[in-house]
Write a protein that binds this ligand. Structure first.
Ligand code: 2AM
Ligand code: CA
Ligand code: CA
Ligand code: CA
Length: 268
């Protein structure tokens, strides 16, 4: 993808994400219709659907030859990442949106022929935009995000994981995960994969582990984490598949080997 096209795409994507965020903020206190999807804790609201529809309409009107993968179904059914593909989560952290009216994000990535070119994660209520273009640095608003700390030790790390890892589960022995929690300095869970990846990029947490995330949960975050020099792989250390679900480990490279060793030890 040439630079001029990418710069225009980036400006358009950024403007649409900011506009979508403003629309959500303007309606944040309105009564909400909440439905459930795969299970009673898997929530969706009109706002998720409206926001995805808004973004898809903007993209289709301006870039009729681009493809879209979106959580709420307004995009395309894709079997390949050839061409230019937008990967959209209109509200990542819908449970936080419903219960807290904060701590959720709009996540938008643009991939070209399988390569992540642009990542945008907008913390709507904090008005903080994490953004990156491949090879041009990653930013939080105007501030350049630093490279991951070189002197980091696992014992001084903050590791973020979904608490399902600490319950009996089919992915990894929970006792090994308890050991991991006891080894590191602290653990966190924020409830928005996109923001959790943005925090790894920012270096305010050192690792994020999650099970079975969809492309729209992680696409923008992967671009931003990679851009600062962080690593994102599957829990087994393999490359991600952006057309399917992935269990992921995103982290500062200094602690990657040790975290992968823990997981390998407990892997089912
Ligand atoms: P969502 O809010 O867009 O659904 C919560 O820990 C994180 O996991 C959120 O980023 C959430 O995205 C994501 N997630 C993925 N699949 C989910 C599911 N089936 N139920 C709830 N959250 C899910
Ligand atoms: Ca969802
Ligand atoms: Ca999501
Ligand atoms: Ca979502």
């Amino acid at each position: 993808m040439d630079k001029i096209n990418r710069d225009k795409l980036y400006l358009d994507a950024k403007a649409w994400v900011l506009e979508a965020g403003e629309q959500i903020r303007n309606k944040i206190n309105e009564p909400r219709v909440i439905e459930t999807k795969s299970n009673p804790d898997d929530l969706v609201t009109e706002m998720d659907k409206q926001t995805e529809k808004f973004l898809v309409e903007k993209i289709k009107a301006t870039y009729s030859d681009h493809y879209i993968i979106g959580e709420e179904g307004y995009g395309d059914e894709l079997t390949s990442l050839q061409g230019t593909v937008w990967i959209i989560d209109p509200i990542d952290g819908t449970m936080n949106f419903v219960h807290q009216q904060k701590n959720f994000a709009i996540s938008v990535a643009v991939f070209h022929d399988g390569i992540g070119e642009i990542g945008l994660i907008y913390d709507v209520m904090a008005d903080e935009l994490y953004h990156a273009k491949r090879s041009e640095g990653a930013f939080k608003n105007e501030e350049l995000l630093p490279e991951p700390r070189q002197d980091l030790k696992l014992e001084e790390s903050i590791v973020d994981m979904n608490h399902y890892f600490l319950c009996p589960n089919r992915i990894v022995d929970e006792k090994i995960m308890h050991q991991m929690i006891r080894t590191v300095r602290g653990s966190r869970t924020y409830g928005s994969a996109a923001l959790e990846l943005a925090y790894v990029a920012e270096g305010i947490i050192d690792a994020y582990l999650s099970m079975r995330l969809a492309p729209w949960d992680i696409a923008a975050g992967v671009v931003i984490v990679n851009e600062v020099g962080g690593n994102v792989t599957t829990l087994d250390g393999d490359e991600l598949n952006m057309l399917g679900n992935n269990s992921i480990l995103a982290c500062n490279p200094k602690i990657q080997e040790q975290l992968l060793a823990f997981i390998k030890n407990g892997r089912k």
